[in-house]
Design a protein around this ligand. Structure first.
Ligand SMILES: *[C@@H]1O[C@H](CO)[C@@H](O)[C@H](O)[C@H]1NC(C)=O
Ligand SMILES: *[C@@H]1O[C@H](CO)[C@@H](O)[C@H](O)[C@H]1NC(C)=O
Ligand SMILES: *[C@@H]1O[C@H](CO)[C@@H](O)[C@H](O)[C@H]1NC(C)=O
Ligand SMILES: *[C@@H]1O[C@H](CO)[C@@H](O)[C@H](O)[C@H]1NC(C)=O
Ligand SMILES: *[C@@H]1O[C@H](CO)[C@@H](O)[C@H](O)[C@H]1NC(C)=O
Ligand SMILES: *[C@@H]1O[C@H](CO)[C@@H](O)[C@H](O)[C@H]1NC(C)=O
Ligand SMILES: *[C@@H]1O[C@H](CO)[C@@H](O)[C@H](O)[C@H]1NC(C)=O
Length: 641
């Protein structure tokens, strides 16, 4: 609870900062009325072009500062730190939750447009002495929901939308969820009633999935219930069988994407368990992965991007439309849920292996020529045959990756956790708001009463008839008729979507924040030592010690150097991680070579050496970041083959 005094001070500060806040704007709107004509510059807050992704907080009210990390930090004497036990199996104390939300309120409030909260908002079921109960799981989710409300509350209500999703530890027994409606969807719909739009409650109770129109008329977030795709959920069986909730979920998703395409809107997908599929890790049942990958491919004009949690390591993965083989599926599924560092490292190695199998650009192309979407311009006075030879090679390569924008692929981003499995983290993603500066926001719309964009999947009237067609991936016709409705590809008139080319709503970059708990806990311990009253030292003093700092920023980073977060940018990053292309961006001298061939000869030796040194730099950086800088990556060298 925020003390009344603090709250009112808070409100005044805001009222002064924005005298228009709370200004009466209400006016009934009929269909087709342009919002901007009604709203102009009013409303609470304009779009800022940023949103927060927070995942896997795992709050634990049994956590004891100074307890043993061998007992889940619940008992005994040990090193459990004041703000959490980094690098252990312990869950997160409320000191960390409170400090995190205080930081969010101070640093992000007013600077972000929405929050994506991808699940696992209860402690793990790891302590046999204190088994979890449903009430506890629900209560922990309520506490966190309240923290979001407190952080983003304004006089008129919640200032920005928060979009939650169900994690495998938000249910009991963990990982296991039967088809809906069930006790979890019925309980969570009330816990999250401020976050699930009224018109979506029915959908959520039915299946734990819903959409939230975070920018009215422009952008929806689709919250997936990945429990029905999750290979470890023994209560369900994939997405192939019409009676399975996974099948129904995919049908619902297809209809949502279709509706959004019709409304010329875009979508962000969020979920808890990511569609990991590398090495021995298979996060989703293969039948679900197949449909998901097909849906993403067919709706690549609609989907901006997707974010997940669960795995606690910072990484990303591709869905390759060439892997779609939806007819000849083997039901066999051997998913692994080993989360040890060793197994994570093997998984990341396997991912890298996949990336090195991706088409690599033909040799003889400089990085500049490779990155340039239409590279002929950069050739200056090179000989014509040279140009056309290179152009041919490049064309062939581009055809393999689905054109210059790599439309063969889609990407899913996984943010590391708030619970200090390594260090606690938050991620702030920036997106393009060109032309959206004055668009009405979510909170503008909350003030209007009876506006309802029904996204109800029971409304077939808006749907065009859609029947089974043959799957057409890159011109390869598959003969068999699938047992499900195949989504329509982008209309031929459609321009590449925001996931592929930088445009309004495209993701431009993200800032990865982390809190160095080792340092922070040490400082707190020092403060406590200096103080006789060991137990509850000066609370403000302690709280001021905590803060998040920037780990890296995808754009200003000299290793990643991503100009945006489009699929092509990720393709290029993955290629550099896998050494498919030289990491020459870090050595600008190589970029400006006029005569690539002769320079290549001249520098061959030198370059080879440099290349070797640079070669694993991107990979090492990627690994280091996967574990939030907590682990010493050099310890891994031994296991590299
Ligand atoms: C966290 O904040 C809540 C609500 O403000 C408060 O009731 C609780 O005592 C705080 N917990 C800790 C450990 O600071
Ligand atoms: C282009 O012409 C300039 C000046 O004539 C020369 O210095 C340069 O090496 C040429 N570049 C190529 C790629 O032939
Ligand atoms: C946003 O997209 C527009 C194209 O619609 C582009 O001109 C602009 O540069 C982009 N903004 C940023 C910051 O990249
Ligand atoms: C965290 O802090 C510790 C102690 O100050 C330091 O040794 C370590 O390098 C820091 N790690 C990161 C990733 O900042
Ligand atoms: C220790 O606690 C007392 C009050 O309990 C406070 O006045 C003092 O500032 C504290 N010292 C430190 C180093 O925090
Ligand atoms: C708590 O500590 C801060 C700084 O460490 C100090 O400014 C403040 O006076 C202290 N408050 C109390 C009640 O001791
Ligand atoms: C780079 O990685 C490869 C494969 O992981 C390894 O064989 C090689 O020794 C590494 N090179 C350097 C310079 O670390």
């Amino acid at each position: 609870m925020i003390p009344t005094l603090l709250f009112s001070g808070f409100f005044f500060a805001n009222a002064f900062a924005n005298p228009l806040a709370g200004h009466e704007q209400q006016q009934p709107l009929g269909n087709g009325v342009s919002f901007s004509t009604v709203y102009g510059a009013g409303g609470a807050q304009r779009l800022t072009g940023r949103f927060l992704h927070i995942t896997d907080p795992h709050p634990d009210s049994h956590y004891k500062h100074g307890a043993s990390t061998d007992n889940n930090c619940h008992r005994g004497h040990g090193s459990a730190g004041y703000f959490g036990a980094e690098g252990t199996d312990c869950d997160a104390p409320f000191t960390l939750m409170n400090a995190t939300f205080r930081w969010i309120e101070r640093n992000l409030k007013g600077n972000i447009d929405f929050v994506l909260w991808t699940g696992d908002s209860a402690r793990h079921d790891r302590d046999e002495k204190i088994p979890r109960k449903m009430e506890e799981i629900i209560h922990l989710n309520e506490l966190l929901s309240q923290q979001f409300v407190d952080a983003f509350q304004e006089e008129f209500g919640l200032s920005i939308p928060v979009v939650p999703t169900i994690g495998n530890n938000d249910i009991m027994p963990h990982n296991t969820m039967k088809e809906g409606p069930n006790r979890w969807t019925k309980a969570l719909v009330d816990v999250w009633d401020k976050f699930i739009p009224e018109s979506e409650r029915h959908s959520f109770v039915e299946g734990g999935w819903f959409t939230s129109e975070v920018i009215p008329g422009k952008l929806s977030v689709i919250s997936l219930n990945t429990m029905y795709f999750y290979s470890s959920n023994s209560a369900v069986d994939g997405c192939d069988d019409k009676d399975e909730p996974g099948f129904e979920h995919m049908e619902w998703l297809r209809v949502q994407l279709k509706l959004l395409r019709q409304r010329k809107m875009k979508a962000i997908l969020i979920g808890h368990v990511p569609p990991a599929r590398a090495g021995s890790k298979q996060g989703w049942d293969e039948t679900c992965w197949q449909k998901y990958t097909l849906w993403l491919y067919q709706y690549r004009d609609v989907i901006v991007g997707s974010v997940y949690g669960h795995m606690n390591i910072d990484h990303f993965m591709f869905q390759d439309s060439h892997d779609i083989d939806i007819i000849d599926l083997e039901g066999d599924n051997t998913g692994s849920n080993d989360f040890s560092v060793q197994s994570m490292e093997n998984y990341l190695e396997a991912l890298r292996g996949q990336w090195s199998d991706m088409p690599s650009p033909p040799s003889g192309l400089s990085i500049e020529e490779y990155l340039d979407e239409d590279f002929t311009e950069t050739y200056g006075n090179a000989s014509w045959t040279d140009i056309s030879k290179k152009r041919k090679k490049k064309k062939k390569f581009l055809r393999k990756i689905g054109g210059p924008l790599a439309e063969r692929y889609s990407v899913s981003l996984v943010s590391p956790s708030l619970v200090p499995e390594y260090f606690p983290t938050l991620r702030v993603i920036e997106y393009n708001i060109t032309g959206l500066e004055d668009t009405p926001t979510w909170s503008d719309i909350q003030e209007i009463t009876e506006i309802s964009y029904s996204n109800d999947h029971d409304t077939p009237s808006v749907l065009e008839p859609e029947d089974s067609r043959t799957v057409d991936i890159d011109g390869k016709k598959k003969k068999k008729t699938p047992k499900f409705k195949v989504p329509e590809p982008p209309p031929s008139s459609a321009l590449p979507g925001p996931g592929y080319s930088n445009q309004p709503l495209s993701w431009l970059g993200y800032t990865q924040y982390y809190a160095n708990l080792t340092r922070i806990n040490d400082k707190v311990a020092l403060l406590h030592d200096q103080n006789e009253t060991e137990n509850d030292a000066n609370a403000t003093g302690v709280d001021d010690i905590f803060g998040f700092e920037v780990e890296y920023d995808t754009r200003n980073d000299h290793i990643y150097q991503m100009k945006d977060l489009t699929v092509r940018s990720y393709f290029d990053l993955a290629s550099r991680i896998a050494n498919n292309i030289p990491n020459t961006l870090t050595s600008p001298a190589d970029i400006n070579e006029d005569d690539y061939e002769s320079q290549k000869k001249k520098k061959k030796k030198k370059k080879k050496k440099k290349k070797k040194k640079n070669k694993n730099k991107t990979w090492k950086t990627f690994l280091d970041r996967a574990f939030v800088g907590y682990l010493d990556i050099n310890d891994f060298e031994e296991t590299e083959s």
